[in-house]
Design a protein around this ligand. Structure first.
Ligand code: AP5
Ligand code: MG
Length: 225
């Protein structure tokens, strides 16, 4: 399956993507995570991306599309993939359509996570990521680690993203409304979009997502929150 996960910052894309990708046995591809890996590794791409991410702006399309082309060329995506945070504007959506057309393919489903902005700001304010594995996401109130500052899953150090300051989050939300919301319309016109509420417990949102993909709730049994 080729799935796109769209939604505002803090909607829970990363939280759900890890679980859905595991259920569906497809790789989770997050442009935000790929950029953070480059930043941590000190690459030139990472340095360039960081100035945009730090400012709450989109990384330029030529860099972002290049990162995705390189990632989707790896053999583990042959059976499908779950894209988290890409495409984020119409030019990226058209580039993805072109890449998939090369394989006589297109996305199977687009999940649009919907959530009020005040909840987003609360979720992001309490978010902590793990330095060892940035897909390990926790929250100081909603899913607090057993030991403060330490990842429950791997023992890595937890940290706060530097673009999670409130002023930057507000800017990211504005970018989402102006640049990314039209991507939903683009796929809506192709009949691919299901909008699901991202409100509620992590497991409830996962059930909604699996239902939307036609992969019943039984599939979610045993998933931890
Ligand atoms: P990216 O990393 O993609 O950030 P984002 O889209 O702003 O989204 P977030 O990662 O902040 O939120 P999320 O929806 O994943 O929520 P999460 O699951 O963590 O991108 C960062 C930057 O990179 C961009 O601003 C841009 O500069 C650049 N970039 C990335 N892709 C790009 C592209 N395609 N083009 C150009 N530039 C690009 O959850 C948030 C918190 O809520 C967590 O603490 C979690 O524990 C908690 N939580 C989750 N679900 C629930 C729940 N149901 N109940 C309670 N708490 C919950
Ligand atoms: Mg994320």
């Amino acid at each position: 399956m080729r799935i796109l996960l769209i939604g505002p910052p803090g909607a829970g894309k990363g939280t759900q993507a890890v679980r859905l990708a595991s259920h569906l046995s497809i790789p989770h591809v997050s442009t935000g995570d790929l950029f953070r890996e480059h930043i941590a590794a000190g690459t030139e791409l990472g340095r360039h991306a960081h100035t945009h991410i730090h400012a709450g702006l989109l990384v330029p399309d030529e860099l972002t599309i290049g990162v995705i082309e390189e990632r989707l060329a790896r053999p583990d995506t042959e059976r499908g993939f779950l894209l988290d945070g890409f495409p984020r504007n119409l030019a990226q959506a058209q580039a993805l359509d072109g890449m998939l057309a090369g394989f006589k393919s297109r996305p199977d489903a687009v999940l649009d996570l919907e959530i009020p902005e005040d909840q987003v700001v609360r979720r992001i304010a309490g978010r902590r990521l793990c330095r060892q594995d940035r897909t390990h996401i926790s929250h100081v109130d909603h899913s607090p680690p057993e030991v403060a500052g330490v990842c429950d899953l791997c023992g890595g150090e937890l940290y706060q993203r530097d673009d999670d300051r409130e002023a930057t989050v507000r800017k990211r939300l504005k970018v989402y409304r102006t640049r990314t919301a039209p991507v939903v319309d683009h796929y809506q016109a192709q009949g691919l979009v299901t909008t699901i509420s991202a409100h509620g417990q992590v497991q409830e949102v996962l059930h909604r997502a699996l239902d939307a993909l036609g992969r019943g709730r039984a599939d979610a049994a045993g998933t931890s929150t």
